[in-house]
Design a protein around this ligand. Structure first.
Ligand code: AVJ
Length: 298
């Protein structure tokens, strides 16, 4: 986790946001008035879930990559024709367990086979998935955390994991008015700032760090050239922080780059999918062009 703090510029991996506190803060982010992403995607799935599901064969095995609290899968499951299994994959065990419990109650006949794993690592799903057609589900603009080369490799890997003839539903945030993007990552209530700073709290707690959270501030500018929101933690002064036996020195104003959140035009996404060997077979975008959902196939 910490090798990025020894690099220039300093980085921390965004997967580490999601300890129990981070997962709770992320749930609050999803409900913020400025954070349109979750609401827009849910509305798209609510509106078009039936149409999307009609393009998917019966008895499909569904794998959700980075399932979190599994709040979106309902909008597909209720329309799919006798799905064979639902396999949520996530790094948060607490999220997986409570999601599995709720879904088993709601769909008593459906095989729910959670996998506690980082979806960026190699996944063996043969154990959890019955034979038959496969559908990947990758909502929430999680793909936005990866730069274009990594995003391409990731989609390609998903297709390989799911196998020949699979389909993949991907939800990604769109390029839009910079003020709206900026507000979504710099909310008035400061929840995103708390989510970002929680990384330092986590290092303090789990790795014996001495970060003073008052000496760092949250910044989330839009990098127009790269087409991404960047999350940073900025050191307010020159300071040295201990982490266990190691030491990290900061200049005043120095940043830890904690996350990228890429935004995709239709052309951007189509290019990534095509480089991954996938064709875009369906596109759903709301009227305000806030968010997009794609159905891809091999
Ligand atoms: C979960 C990666 C989609 O990039 O919008 C929210 C995470 N970071 N606010 C995003 C996040 C700051 C989120 N993703």
């Amino acid at each position: 986790m910490l090798h990025g703090l020894a690099q220039t510029p300093k980085t921390l991996p965004c997967t580490y946001f999601y300890d129990a506190t981070g997962a709770r803060l992320f749930t609050r982010i999803c409900r913020l008035p400025e954070y349109y992403l979750t609401r827009s995607e849910m509305a798209l799935l609510q509106q078009h879930g039936g149409e999307i599901a009609r393009r998917v064969p019966a008895h499909v095995g569904v794998v959700e990559f980075g399932s979190g609290s599994s709040r979106k899968i309902d909008l597909l499951l209720e329309h799919l024709d006798r799905p064979a299994a639902y396999v949520p994959v996530d790094v948060s065990l607490s999220c997986l367990q409570s999601a599995a419990r709720a879904l088993r109650r709601r769909y008593p006949g459906l095989l729910i086979a959670p996998v506690h794993a980082d979806f960026t690592t190699h996944l063996e799903l043969a154990q959890q998935l019955p034979a038959g057609p496969k559908l990947g589900f990758f909502p929430g603009s999680t793909l936005g955390n990866f730069d274009p080369a990594d995003a391409t490799a990731l989609l390609r890997r998903f297709a390989t994991t799911l196998g020949e003839g699979c389909q993949l539903i991907v939800g990604v945030d769109t390029k839009k008015d910079v003020c709206r993007l900026h507000a979504a990552y710099n909310d008035a209530a400061g929840v995103t700032a708390a989510f970002n700073l929680n990384l330092l709290r986590r290092i303090n707690r789990e790795l014996g760090g001495t970060f003073d959270l008052r000496q760092f501030v949250h910044r989330a500018p839009y990098n127009r050239a790269a087409g991404r929101i960047e999350m940073h933690l900025i050191s307010l002064r020159a300071q040295t922080v201990r982490i266990g036996n190691a030491q990290v020195t900061f200049r005043a104003g120095e940043s830890i780059h904690t996350e990228n959140s890429y935004k995709y035009s239709l052309a951007d996404f189509t290019a990534i999918a095509s480089n991954a060997g996938l064709a875009v077979r369906g596109t759903w975008i709301d009227r305000q062009r806030s968010f997009s959902v794609y159905l891809c196939g091999g």
